[in-house]
Design a protein around this ligand. Structure first.
Ligand code: CA2
Length: 164
């Protein structure tokens, strides 16, 4: 039972494993194929496999998806709560810097969303210094290479497990 006898949030309960939606945006399907000095040499399928292992070690699960289309990301974020997810990791790629639609989708979701970046955008070109989604997210992890996803997943699962 949740604190004060309240019903558990969707996607979390003492019986169910928290299910995390992991979203990667445009061009991240190319991970590991170019610019390894910035993004590392791990491919996205390898990264997703690693997250699956971490999630199951921590008593959770992940559903990892990638899209090059802003609207698809908006739709997935909007449906995530009804689909039984407990939280979202979001690397919105370059949409991080431009997409008010993704900002609004995050704001409209009851789920905690963690902004994730492989690189540290603030140490790069000036157009990457602004995140238009950050204010709608509960936290941000950036600059640890592909390990940013892992660190964000561990912290989010810990937070969700504490609040059930
Ligand atoms: O550092 C990150 O994770 C970014 O979200 C990656 C985006 C970039 O636009 C953001 O400013 C920071 C770019 C993704 C491009 O990914 C590629 C990966 C490998 C090869 C080519 C592109």
């Amino acid at each position: 039972m949740s604190p004060r006898g309240a019903a558990p949030r969707r996607g979390t309960s003492s019986k169910s494993k928290p299910k995390i939606l992991v979203l990667s945006g445009p061009n991240l399907d190319r991970l590991g194929t170019r610019e390894p000095h910035i993004y590392g040499s791990t491919t996205l399928p390898q990264l997703h496999d690693g997250l699956g292992r971490v999630a199951s070690e921590l008593g959770g699960s992940v559903d990892c998806r990638q899209s090059n289309h802003e609207g698809e990301l908006v739709t997935w974020i909007g449906a995530a709560s009804d689909d039984g997810f407990a939280g979202i990791l979001l690397n919105a790629g370059a949409y991080t810097h431009t997409s008010y639609a993704i900002h609004d989708a995050i704001k409209g979701s009851p789920l905690p969303v963690v902004e994730v970046h492989i690189s540290n955008p603030e140490a790069r070109e000036s157009f990457r210094h602004v995140s238009v989604i950050a204010a709608a997210c509960v936290a941000k992890v950036a600059g640890f290479g592909p390990d940013s996803y892992r660190a964000a997943l561990e912290a989010l699962l810990r937070r969700l497990n504490q609040s059930t």
